[in-house]
Design a protein around this ligand. Structure first.
Ligand code: ADP
Length: 445
């Protein structure tokens, strides 16, 4: 009972650890996506902002050029030397210019000299003071909640336009619409990226879940394997300990008197030996540390050796052994591993077939596959167990198998051997009773 409880506790602890790991993974994905989207957003936003400012600055530069190279006043149809905006009319007609751009002309003393041309804009722009240190500096200034991109230039005394000549000219371009566009773009960017961040999270959550499944499954399998192995090791150890303690209570007895206890202990030692060997085989192939010796070979070279000793064993148990191996395809495999596989299958067939039963080995060709089949007239395997018996530590009838000395590892090893050979192993019914274990291996052409 306590064993069951400790197993249950262990399982809930394991699932808690798995959940915590999944949560941590999810958090790190969230953070990574947030960093990614914020960086991307900042890059896009800065690009948009700088390209907007670039185009405004280009406009201002054009105006600076226009002011510095004043056109010939004679060509003007209605020249007004007091209107500093007249170069727009002559050089580059822009209907929006009077509303978007303003030009302030200051004399050397900082006095605004083009008051009349500013019209009703004067009331707003009069507060702007001349700061000679800002000459040739591009600036963004705010006047009465209106934003302007501006540049201050010192115009040469030789300039054709007497209004500009020798004065300071502040060219101002209203950028309220551009700033509004930048703000709108910023809001759209934040909302879009937030939505995409959520979508990316949902997708990555499901992808992570799907990708984690095999890892979690194999991790669980591994933990279960260690638990089962520890459990299997504990039983023979407890028996041996019990027998030894019992013998210690009778120190004067002779070995012959305790022969039964000694023989039981020895049996358990043998069981332990085979169990640890099997565990080692499985652990080594799990970590892929077993070196395989693949070579081109024919069935006689790996089937004959393991079959030979079984002839005597099976006959001595009053069972019939039939061999019918006729095919000789070329196969590419590790002979020792296939021999080990055959021993497991023949051993099982012998174990699970009662007296007077028949054990048979035969081979056949199935397209590009070579099959050898170990059939018996034993207890058989019911449908629901046909896949499970290849799992580690799975035994159909535990009490029956304790007598036959198995730990449920033989077929797991067999399956592993077949898998590394890119083959297939399965069990089917042998009518009227018994089972047939089919091993299918690819033929090398
Ligand atoms: P074990 O060491 O218990 O035999 P295996 O992995 O070799 O472990 O086999 C797993 C289980 O499959 C066995 O416990 C047994 O119940 C069943 N099994 C294996 N071979 C046969 C067979 N030839 N006939 C009937 N049952 C079998």
């Amino acid at each position: 009972m306590s064993g069951i409880f400790s197993k249950m506790k262990l399982k809930s602890k394991q699932s808690k650890i798995t959940r915590r790991q999944q949560f941590k993974l999810f958090l790190s994905i969230m953070a990574s996506f947030a960093i990614l989207f914020i960086t991307l957003g900042l890059i896009i936003f800065n690009l948009f902002q700088s390209s907007t400012y670039k185009s405004i600055d280009k406009d201002i530069r054009n105006q600076v050029v226009a002011i510095k190279k004043q056109p010939n006043m004679q060509k003007q149809t209605n020249p007004d030397p007091h209107d500093p905006n007249n170069h727009f009319i002559n050089s580059k007609p822009d209907p929006k210019a009077p509303f978007q751009a303003s030009i302030l002309v200051f004399n050397n003393k900082g006095k605004l000299t083009n008051k009349s041309s500013l019209g009703n804009r004067y009331s707003v722009l009069k507060n702007i003071k001349l700061n000679k240190r800002n000459v040739n500096l591009k600036q963004t200034i705010v006047v009465n909640n209106m934003n302007f991109r501006s540049i201050l230039i010192k115009v040469s005394k030789k300039n054709n336009n007497p209004m500009y000549a020798g004065n300071y000219v502040l060219i101002m371009q209203n950028i309220d619409t551009q700033i509004q566009a930048i703000q709108n773009f910023e809001q759209i960017l934040i909302v879009t990226f937030f939505i995409f961040w959520i979508i990316a999270l949902v997708i990555s959550y499901f992808l992570a879940k799907i990708n984690m499944l095999p890892i979690v499954k194999s991790w669980k399998q591994q933990t279960e394997f260690v638990n089962d192995a520890a459990h299997e090791l504990r039983t023979p150890l407890t028996i041996i300990q019990g027998k030894l303690e019992y013998m210690l209570t009778k120190p004067n007895k002779k070995i012959i008197d305790e022969a039964e206890a000694i023989s039981v202990s020895l049996d358990e030692v043998n069981r332990l030996n085979s169990l640890t060997n099997n565990l080692l085989v499985l652990a080594r192939s799990d970590s892929a540390t077993t070196k395989l010796n693949f070579e081109l070979t024919k069935p006689d070279f790996f089937l004959k050796d393991p079959i030979e000793p079984f002839k005597d064993i099976i006959n001595s148990q009053s069972k019939v052994f039939q061999i019918n191996l006729i095919h000789r395809p070329t196969l590419y495999l590790d002979r020792d591993k296939i021999k080990q596989l055959l021993i497991i299958l023949l051993d099982n067939a012998t174990k699970y077939t009662p007296k007077n039963g028949t054990i048979k080995i035969y081979d056949q060709m199935e397209g590009s596959k070579y099959q050898f089949v170990i059939s018996d007239t034993g207890v058989g395997v019911v449908d629901k167990d046909k896949n499970k018996i290849f799992d580690r530590f799975y035994r159909v009838d535990k009490s029956r198998n304790t007598n036959s000395g198995g730990h449920g590892l033989g077929l797991a090893i067999a399956k592993q051997i077949v898998t590394v050979h890119k083959g297939h192993i399965y069990v089917r019914n042998n009518l009227p009773h018994g089972s047939e274990f089919v091993v299918e291996l690819p033929i090398k052409h």
